[in-house]
Design a protein around this ligand. Structure first.
Ligand code: ADP
Ligand code: ZN
Ligand code: ZN
Length: 741
């Protein structure tokens, strides 16, 4: 059989779009595959150059007679670069993007050399020699040379930029300068180490038995049966990070490298210091404050072997290490591990593929594992370890659920239950601190009954309906609509309303009730300026306020030993998001928030207010019982074939023109249904208006597709893209995006 390879001869972002096709000779067919480095004849002169294979096909895209042969394999096996190409190929198949889009995500952005080097023009003559030379040149009217020499007389070292841009010295003058030995151009690489200067201090303790067990098992497994995948389920403070550090230590001893993913918000001084203590200059940290140039330097240093450990958010996965031996994903349940740009990859999935390509161990850690990870562990894909004790001391807080329906019945219309008010007053008097937490992410328009807590949900999808401006209730999954209800369908009460509670309102109410209290607020509004996030937290830590009101930003990262009360204003806020993950998110948020109380020596209290006190997410969080949450949540996911049991894809249709966008959503839905009639095994939901219908002047509709596995969803994506390519008029502005949920 004839096989053809698509070859890229220059792996830089600008040149990626240029691929060339070559025939693979019979003798090389076994060896040339995606990621291979090959030698090919190039151009009219058939100059031999090296390139990377990014695809193999039996169908040539050109006239066969004009296709040249691959000459040879440049290297046996696959280089680090080649592995990144293999990874891009995986992402292409997994997320249905082009290999070029995937390569652009995976390969570092090359920055101009000037940004990574410091160039200086350094005089080689003495000052008096220079000054004499300057005189002569002026007399000969060689003004440019004279200008340069005069400047060097005054200052024997000049920045290269200054010489070329300010003094306007041409390259021919520079050449003269170097050839005559007047001065030279010195180049020093500017390797920036973004976290220089963190002191190294020692942490001295013996690992606990639980920690030692995990490390031994992983090490043993590696020796006997090779790399493995692991999930460590352990509450904050149970010693997970200490386990990561020891595993990294062993990885480096084997001569391999490690990648550690930590959500950006948790990349605090306290976390990083521990890694620096152990690994010093071998570690580098990646975060969003680094410039492109700094990131590129980091990649080069990784490639050269100057660093062996990288810590960062999801993009740190693409560090071009030669031999990755360990990948750690801490707080693996965090939303930030899912990319919001194309390809919309999940770090967990990509990490598993990198681990497979390199033969690395993959270790996930979380206090509240994602349904995906735990489900995989239940099915033997990951080995599960548990760390149950808090090593930092401090007692677990006492948690109480307050039924807001009962409060209303007894005439309390305030957003604070009587119990919460009492506790706040008590803490103010004891000079201890309180966190008031609003578990809300942006806008939620759900409708619920204040008498019985019943939330109006979609009869087909079991997610809450939301009130739109047309006065109707909409389901964001399937597009189902119904009129707004006047009475609760469950208890008949007329107290059915939308839910409005923002951090600002909570702050105002606190001030009204407790005028003597010093209150700080933290949300999207108060943290818009750079560093204000940190400033608010530090101020609260220094006890400059008694009460901190905020969204989920307040429950991450920081430790507040003087906080002995955490109040969750309404668990319903996240519970009723229009999304099949709302129960999971609520459990995570409540568990995290509860974990904020009682960090110090004083015991803490947690009050969870809610209209749905019997909801399993609330009850399980209050009881700190992950198992019970998981059991009930997975039952719900199975029943409705939501991930991780089934697979789900969102097709988002956006456009500036309201009618055009709606029409496109309709015609795509018809195409999808037609594919189903022809035997495609997917279930189509919608179209419906997106959660935020109009965003930045774009109207947005969504179609959902569910299936038992991913393949039919990728097929559907192809079908819709083809339909679109065939029917799209040149001037049409609507576009679609695909997202695997
Ligand atoms: P996690 O990552 O699960 O939050 P850490 O590894 O950060 O847990 O450990 C929590 C705290 O306990 C840290 O201050 C750490 O220094 C300390 N610690 C970790 N392991 C031990 C141990 N075996 N003995 C004593 N203290 C420990
Ligand atoms: Zn009711
Ligand atoms: Zn629905």
């Amino acid at each position: 059989m004839e096989l053809y390879a698509d070859i890229i001869v220059d792996i830089t972002h600008e040149k990626l779009d240029r691929t060339f096709q070559y025939r693979i000779p019979e003798s090389l067919q076994e060896e040339v595959r995606v990621g291979s480095m090959v030698v090919v004849p190039f151009g009219a002169a058939n100059k031999e150059i090296t390139g990377y294979c990014i695809g193999v096909t039996a169908l040539p895209s050109y006239d066969k007679a004009k296709i040249k042969d691959v000459i040879s394999l440049k290297e046996k096996g696959v280089t680090a670069q080649g592995k990144l190409i293999q990874l891009a190929d995986f992402m292409k198949n997994r997320y249905g993007v082009t290999v070029i889009q995937a390569l652009k995500t995976v390969l570092p952005v090359k920055q101009k050399v000037e940004e990574q080097e410091k160039k200086t023009v350094t005089a080689l003559l003495t000052q008096s020699e220079l000054s004499a030379l300057g005189e002569t040149l002026s007399q000969k009217h060689q003004t440019a040379r004279a200008r340069l020499v005069k400047a060097l007389t005054e200052k024997p070292e000049l920045p290269y930029e200054y010489v070329t841009k300010v003094l306007k010295i041409s390259s021919s003058t520079l050449k003269w300068m170097q050839e005559t030995g007047v001065a030279t151009v010195e180049i020093t690489p500017l390797f920036r180490n973004p976290v220089q200067g963190i002191s190294e201090e020692n942490e001295d303790y013996a690992l606990s038995r639980g920690q030692q067990y995990i490390i031994d098992e992983i090490t043993e497994h590696r020796k006997i049966s090779g790399p493995g995948k692991y999930l460590i389920h352990g509450i904050t403070g149970s010693g997970k990070t200490a386990v990561y550090v020891e595993l990294i230590e062993r990885t480096l001893k084997r001569g391999e490298q490690a990648i550690v993913l930590i959500p950006e918000i948790s990349l605090t001084y306290q976390t990083l210091r521990r890694f620096y203590t152990h690994f010093g200059a071998k570690v580098s940290v990646m975060n969003s404050t680094l410039s492109q140039g700094e990131k590129y330097d980091q990649m080069r240093r990784a490639q050269n072997g100057d660093i062996q450990v990288i810590i960062g958010p999801r993009s740190a996965l693409f560090t071009p290490f030669a031999r990755i031996g360990l990948i750690v994903i801490d707080e693996e349940h965090e939303n930030s591990y899912k990319s919001e740009l194309n390809p919309r990859y999940h770090a967990r999935e990509v990490a598993a593929e990198i681990a497979r390509l390199h033969g690395a161990d993959l270790v996930l850690g979380s206090a509240t594992p994602s349904m995906e990870a735990y489900y995989a562990a239940q099915h033997g894909e990951y080995r599960l370890f548990e760390l149950k004790e808090r090593l930092t001391g401090g007692s677990l807080p006492a948690t109480q659920i307050v039924d807001l329906r009962a409060e209303l019945k007894e005439g309390n219309r305030s957003i604070f239950s009587r119990l919460l008010q009492e506790k706040i007053a008590d803490r103010l008097q004891k000079k201890e601190q309180t966190l008031l937490f609003l578990n809300r992410r942006g806008y939620t328009g759900f409708i619920s009954c204040r008498s019985c807590g019943h939330v109006i949900t979609c009869p087909h999808c079991s997610v809450s309906l939301s009130l739109h401006r047309d006065g109707m209730l909409h389901c964001h999954y399937c597009g189902y609509t119904q009129p707004q209800v006047q009475r609760c369908p469950k208890c008949g009460s007329s107290h059915v309303l939308g839910f409005k509670a923002g951090t600002q309102q909570v702050e105002e109410k606190v001030k009204e009730l407790f005028p003597q209290a010093r209150v700080l607020r933290m949300d999207g509004d108060t943290t818009r300026r750079k560093n204000s996030h940190q400033a608010i937290l530090s101020s609260f830590e220094r006890q400059e306020a008694d009460i901190l009101v905020g969204t989920q930003m307040i429950v991450k990262g920081h430790d507040f030993p003087n906080v002995t009360l955490v109040g969750i204003i309404a668990a319903d806020l996240s519970l009723s998001e229009h999304d099949f993950r709302s129960g999971e998110r609520t459990f995570q948020l409540l568990t995290q928030a509860a974990g904020r109380a009682g960090r110090g020596v004083k015991p803490g209290d947690v009050i969870i207010q809610t209209y749905q006190p019997e909801h399993y997410s609330v009850r399980a969080a209050a009881a700190q019982d992950y198992q019970s949450f998981y059991t009930q949540e997975i039952a719900y996911r199975s029943l409705l074939q939501y991930p991780p049991v089934g697979c789900m894809m969102a097709i988002q249709i956006c456009g500036r023109e309201e009618k055009g966008t709606a029409d496109l959503a309709q015609s795509l839905t018809r195409q999808a249904h037609a594919a189903v009639r022809q035997g495609l095994r997917v279930q189509i939901l919608g179209p419906g208006e997106a959660g935020v219908y109009k965003l930045k002047d774009l109207y947005r509709h969504v179609i959902y597709a569910k299936a038992s596995d991913r393949q039919p969803l990728l097929l559907l994506k192809n079908i819709l893209e083809q339909y679109r390519a065939q029917t799209r008029p040149a001037n049409e502005k609507e576009y679609m995006q695909f997202d695997f949920l």
